[in-house]
Design a protein around this ligand. Structure first.
Ligand code: ADP
Length: 540
C-alpha cells in the first residue's frame, strides 16, 4: 500500500508537470501566433476595402472572421497568463459602470443583428458611481458576451446591471444550449470544454473566475441543458472588501499595466472603406518614409502597401536606421518597438535628441501588450503610435495626415514674411535652433560678406546639416532663410521712410543698390521704389 501511495504521488507530480508544460507551450505559442495573424488580417482588410465583387467579398469575410477569432483566442491566452502572473493588479475606483458595460455591450450589436438574436441591456444604474475596476469589468463582460453569442443560435441575450445587497451585480443570460448540471463546476477549469464542436480554448471562463476572485467577488451560474444559461457576477461594494493598495491611486503607472490585450480593437477590425487617397488620384509619391521593423515579413508587407504612395527606406533595427538617417532625407519614421541591436525607444530618443533629425515625426508600432513601451515612446517625443495589429489603411491615413499638416504649415510660412519659430517648429529643440538662426542672421544684417558658410559656422553645424535642417523646418534653403530676414527688414525700413534705397541696401547686406533692387523684386514682387508707394496695411 505504501508503495502504491508513493507511486500515485509520483504520478500526480508528473501529471502536474505535464500540465504546466502544456500551459507554457500554449502561452509561448500564442505570442508567436500574433505576428502571422497580423499578416493575414491586414492584407485581408486591404482586399476587402477594395473588392466590390460579392462572392469574393464573402470569401474574404470568412477569412477575416476566422482570423479574428484566432486572434481573440490568442489574446485570451495572453490575458490569462497575465492574470496568472498577477499583472492585472486590482485598481478599484468609483466609476460609471453602466457606461463601461454599455460600450462593451455595443460591440456585439452587429453580431446580434446578424444572428437575429434579441439583444438587450437593462440597468437602473445609469450615471451612478459604483466601486469597480473597470478593466476587470470590461474583460469579464467581453468574455461572457463572447460565450453567450457562441453558444446561442436564437432567442435572446440580456445584459443586466444592478445593485443588490451591497454588491454590484452583472448578469449575462442567454437562451442558448445551456450547460448540464453535472458539468457546471468543471467549466471554470482551464482548458475545459463540453465538446469540441465550437471554436474555443476553454480559457475564457477560467479567466473570468480568476478576475472575479481577484476582485473579491462571486460568480453564480444558473443553467439548464437546452434552455440557456445565466452568469451572475457580484462585485463587493463595501470598501472594507478591498485592501488599501487595491484602490486606484492616480500614479499613472498602474494604468499602464492594467490594459488588457483583449481591447476592442483587438478583435473588432474595422473593415469599412479606407479613407486615404491612393497614388493614382494624385501626382505621385509624396515624401520619404523610413520603415524600421525587424520582422522581415511584416516589413515587406508594410513596404508593399506603402511603396506605391511614398518612397520607402527600410531598416531592420534602430542602428541601421540611424546609419541611414546620416545620409538620407527622411520625412517620417515608422518604427517597431521591440527590435534587436537597437530598439524603437532608443531610436526615437536618438532621433529626437539629435538636432539633425529632431524635426522628423516618429510613429511607433507596438503590440497592445507593450503599453509601457508606448508610454515611454510618447514621453521621449514619439509623435504617435499604432497598436498592432492594425489595418494598413490606418497607418496610411496617419502618415498622410502628418504630411498634410506639415505641408500646410510650410505653405503658410512661405506666403508670409514672418518667421515665427514657435509656430513652425516641431519641438522645443527645433524652436531653439530657429531662434538662434534668426538671431545670427539679424546680427549680420549689414554684413555683405556673410555667407552660408559663416552662417553654419556660427550655428556650430556643417553647411549641409544646416541646409537640411532649415529645409526641413522652414521648407527653404539657408540662402532663402537669410534673404527672408533681410527683405523683411528692408520692407520695414522702406516703410519707415528715414533712409534712401542705397542706404537701406547696405543696411541689409547688399553690395550695390541695383543688385538689391533686382533681388527685392524677385522676392517681394515689386521694386523697392514701388514698394514705398504701396499703401501700408490698414491704410487702404
Ligand atoms: P471556450 O473558449 O471553449 O468558450 P470557456 O472557458 O469560455 O471556453 O468556456 C468553457 C466551456 O463552457 C465552453 O467550451 C462551453 O462548453 C461552456 N460554456 C461557456 N459559456 C457557455 C454558455 N453561455 N452557454 C453554454 N455553454 C457555455
Amino acid at each position: 500500500m505504501e508503495a502504491r501511495l508513493k507511486m500515485e504521488h509520483q504520478e500526480k507530480l508528473h501529471q502536474e508537470e505535464i500540465s504546466q508544460m502544456k500551459m507554457r507551450f500554449f502561452i509561448n505559442m500564442s505570442h508567436e501566433l500574433r505576428t502571422p495573424l497580423t499578416l493575414i488580417l491586414a492584407p485581408v482588410q486591404e482586399m476587402l476595402a477594395r473588392c466590390s465583387e460579392r462572392w469574393m467579398r464573402d470569401q474574404l469575410k470568412y477569412v477575416e472572421r476566422n482570423a479574428n477569432r484566432l486572434l481573440h483566442l490568442v489574446n485570451q491566452l495572453m490575458d490569462y497568463r497575465r492574470a496568472e502572473l498577477g499583472v492585472f493588479k486590482l485598481s478599484v475606483a468609483s466609476e460609471d459602470a453602466f457606461q463601461v458595460v454599455k460600450e462593451n455591450f455595443s460591440y456585439y450589436e452587429k453580431l446580434a443583428r446578424h444572428k437575429g438574436i434579441e439583444y438587450t441591456l437593462v440597468s437602473d444604474l445609469e450615471g451612478k458611481k459604483v466601486l469597480v475596476d473597470v478593466k476587470y469589468l470590461e474583460l469579464i463582460v467581453n468574455n461572457l458576451l463572447s460565450n453567450a453569442f457562441k453558444y446561442t443560435e436564437s432567442g435572446n441575450i440580456t445584459v443586466k446591471l444592478s445593485e443588490e445587497e451591497g454588491y454590484l451585480l452583472l448578469q449575462i443570460s442567454d437562451t442558448g444550449i445551456g450547460i448540464p448540471l453535472d458539468r457546471q463546476k468543471r467549466i471554470f477549469e482551464r482548458f475545459y470544454q463540453l465538446d469540441d464542436s465550437h471554436m474555443g480554448s476553454g480559457i475564457g471562463l477560467s479567466l473570468v473566475q480568476r478576475l472575479v476572485e481577484l476582485h473579491h467577488g462571486k460568480i453564480r451560474l444558473d443553467s439548464s441543458e437546452g434552455k440557456g444559461s445565466c452568469f451572475s457576477i457580484y462585485f463587493p461594494q463595501d470598501r472594507s472588501a478591498y485592501s488599501e493598495e487595491e484602490f486606484y491611486t492616480p500614479s499613472g503607472e498602474k494604468e499602464v499595466t492594467l490594459h488588457s490585450t483583449n481591447s476592442k480593437e483587438m478583435y473588432f477590425f474595422d473593415t469599412e472603406k479606407p479613407d486615404y487617397e491612393s497614388a493614382d488620384s494624385n501626382e505621385g509619391k509624396r515624401g520619404t518614409l523610413l520603415l524600421v521593423e525587424d520582422n522581415d515579413e511584416i516589413r515587406s508587407y508594410l513596404n508593399s502597401g506603402l511603396s506605391s504612395l511614398f518612397t520607402v527606406l527600410q531598416a531592420s533595427n534602430g542602428q541601421e536606421a540611424v546609419d541611414l538617417l546620416k545620409d538620407s532625407e527622411v520625412d517620417i519614421i515608422i518604427t517597431d518597438v521591440m527590435m534587436p541591436v537597437m530598439d524603437g525607444i532608443k531610436l526615437c530618443k536618438y532621433v529626437k535628441q539629435n538636432i539633425c533629425t529632431s524635426h522628423i515625426p516618429v510613429i511607433m508600432l507596438s503590440a497592445k501588450t507593450d503599453i509601457a513601451a508606448q508610454m515611454e515612446g510618447l514621453q521621449i517625443g514619439a509623435d504617435d503610435y499604432i497598436a498592432k495589429p492594425f489595418p494598413l489603411s490606418l497607418l496610411i491615413s496617419k502618415i498622410q495626415n502628418m504630411m498634410r499638416t506639415r505641408m500646410r504649415i510650410l505653405e503658410k510660412y512661405s506666403k508670409t514674411m514672418e518667421i515665427e519659430p514657435e509656430k513652425i517648429a516641431f519641438n522645443a529643440m527645433d524652436e531653439e535652433l530657429l531662434k538662434r538662426a534668426i538671431e545670427i542672421v539679424e546680427k549680420n544684417m549689414d554684413n555683405t560678406e556673410f555667407s552660408t558658410e559663416d552662417f553654419a559656422k556660427a550655428m556650430n553645424m556643417s553647411r549641409s546639416n544646416l541646409h537640411l535642417k532649415l529645409k526641413a523646418i522652414t521648407g527653404e534653403s539657408a540662402i532663402e532663410f537669410i534673404r527672408k530676414i533681410r527683405f523683411k527688414e528692408a520692407c520695414l525700413l522702406l516703410k519707415e521712410g528715414r533712409y534712401n534705397i542705397a542706404e537701406i541696401s547696405t543696411k541689409v547686406g547688399f553690395n550695390t543698390p541695383s543688385y538689391f533692387a533686382t533681388s527685392f523684386k524677385k522676392y517681394v514682387g515689386c521694386l523697392p521704389t514701388e514698394y514705398v508707394k504701396r499703401p501700408k496695411k490698414g491704410e487702404g
